[in-house]
Design a protein around this ligand. Structure first.
Ligand SMILES: [Zn+2]
Length: 444
């Protein structure tokens, strides 16, 4: 196919490192990564972005879009516009908080029909594993979900109950039968029950109610089950750095376990949360600064694979000042890249690292083979970033449905200049274009 576009920059982030390059695009795919001064093929349009960095489009595999059913919290129109503005070209939607949840093939079709006309970026779906839907898992897998989410403690919504250890084993055995993936909210319910639960506006009280041991124990049980059943499992939103040694040990012995963490755990600390500021509430919780340092060490040594948003917004009225009753979820979809880059650069990490954590690794987790890197054959998805420019977060300027965010007022490094999806610009200086996103299905 003929080259239609050449994207040129002095800093293109490729799997082999960052270098001056001209990325030749044929239609929707990357045809070749050429030398910077390569001759532009006749008929191709040149887009020279100067010294701005060209990253692979980010892949966010942990987004709660809540549409249909709780669209006042977030919807496909608003979420995918925010994603495009933030340099994200693919999201994978979580199976809960929408109504219906994505727990049957029929429900998946409802969600796909809802998303199709609103998608500004490419959208895939996770299925859900409930106590009573083991028989739905293979049909959902065949229908194209990328894996299954389960909870081991209450999820926060009644229609998505958690699995006990026997139910987890039954679901894992079923999923292992077709080499599927189980992604797990790992907090142990018994440890949560044993922790002090008090109605309070103080963050320390909330933190004490979601102890590290709840995560550590749940992850240990999960690793045991994965080892026993040969199942492939993924730990969602790791907060407790105490679990890193056991995860690293499990991986060394060949247990198939991967791990993600989130921008809020890597950039915000328990020490800074003001009284009543429940925009900082999520489960598991943001922990102390020392814990954050250890999570960064886990990224640096490869124990943690990916950084994804866990964007889980609600309307402002559900963020009551009492931490025990406020909705748990942090809204950050549009801000993940600058939030992470601001902290990564301070800690001496490169944009190559950021691309690996926020694009390559999440794409690999879900098996999105066309996404996740700037190399020939992959989709022409790019985020063009001015890494040294700064901005101050103004919630009113975000495309999220609700302007509640723990990042309000923060000054961040990294301004997304444009975002490109399959060879076409889908956001320009924060302004999203018309929706051209596609619905993605596993192995399609
Ligand atoms: Zn989540």
């Amino acid at each position: 196919m003929e080259v239609t576009l050449v994207l040129r920059s002095t800093r293109v982030v490729t799997p082999e490192g960052t270098r001056p390059a001209s990325v030749a695009v044929a239609g929707e795919r990357i045809a070749a990564v050429l030398p910077y001064d390569a001759k532009i093929p006749g008929g191709a349009r040149l887009e020279d972005v100067g010294d701005h960095v060209v990253l692979p489009g980010l892949v966010d595999t942990h987004v709660h879009v809540n549409d249909p059913g709780r669209t006042e919290w977030e919807g496909f129109w608003t979420a995918t516009r925010a994603a495009a503005a933030g340099g994200i070209t693919t999201i994978v939607d979580m199976p809960l908080n929408s109504l219906p949840p994505t727990t049957t093939v029929g429900n998946l079709r409802v969600k796909q029909d809802t998303a199709r006309p609103k998608a500004h970026v490419d959208v895939g779906f996770w299925g859900g594993a409930l106590p009573d839907n083991v028989g739905d898992l293979r049909p959902l897998h065949d229908a194209g979900v990328y894996g299954f989410k389960c909870f081991l403690s209450p999820s926060g919504v009644d229609e998505f109950p958690q699995l006990d250890q026997d139910q987890l084993a039954a679901s894992l055995a079923e999923i292992a039968g077709f080499d599927g993936l189980m992604i797990v909210h790992a907090e142990d319910p018994h440890h949560l029950d044993a922790a002090p639960q008090v109605s309070s506006p103080h963050y320390a009280d909330f933190l004490a109610s979601r102890p590290r041991d709840a995560e550590n124990t749940a992850i240990a049980h999960l690793v045991d089950q994965a080892r026993r059943l040969g199942a492939r499992v993924h730990v969602l939103h790791l907060s407790s750095s105490d679990a890193l040694p056991l995860i690293a040990a499990a991986r060394r012995e060949g247990v198939r376990v991967t791990v993600e963490t989130c921008p809020h755990f890597l950039t915000l600390t328990a020490e800074e949360v003001p009284d009543g500021a429940t925009e900082f509430k999520c489960c598991p919780p943001i922990r102390e600064a020392a814990n954050q340092d250890a999570l960064w060490d886990g990224l640096a040594d490869g124990t943690i694979d990916a950084i994804v948003s866990d964007h889980s917004p609600s309307t402002a009225d559900l963020k009551t000042p009492d931490f025990s009753t406020a909705w748990g979820g942090i809204s950050s979809l549009q801000l993940g890249l600058p939030a992470i880059w601001t902290e990564a650069r301070r800690r001496g990490h490169s944009l190559d690292d950021v691309a690996r954590w926020m694009s390559t690794a999440p794409a690999a987790l879900a098996g999105l083979d066309a996404k996740g890197a700037i190399e020939a054959g992959r989709d022409a998805d790019f985020a063009v970033l001015a890494p040294d420019e700064t901005f101050t977060v103004d919630p009113a300027a975000l495309h999220h449905r609700n302007q509640v965010t723990a990042y309000a007022g923060k000054t961040l490094h990294g301004v997304v200049k444009s975002t490109w999806l399959r060879g076409a610009r889908i956001a320009d200086h924060g302004a999203p274009a018309e929706p051209t996103g596609r619905l993605l299905e596993r192995n399609k």
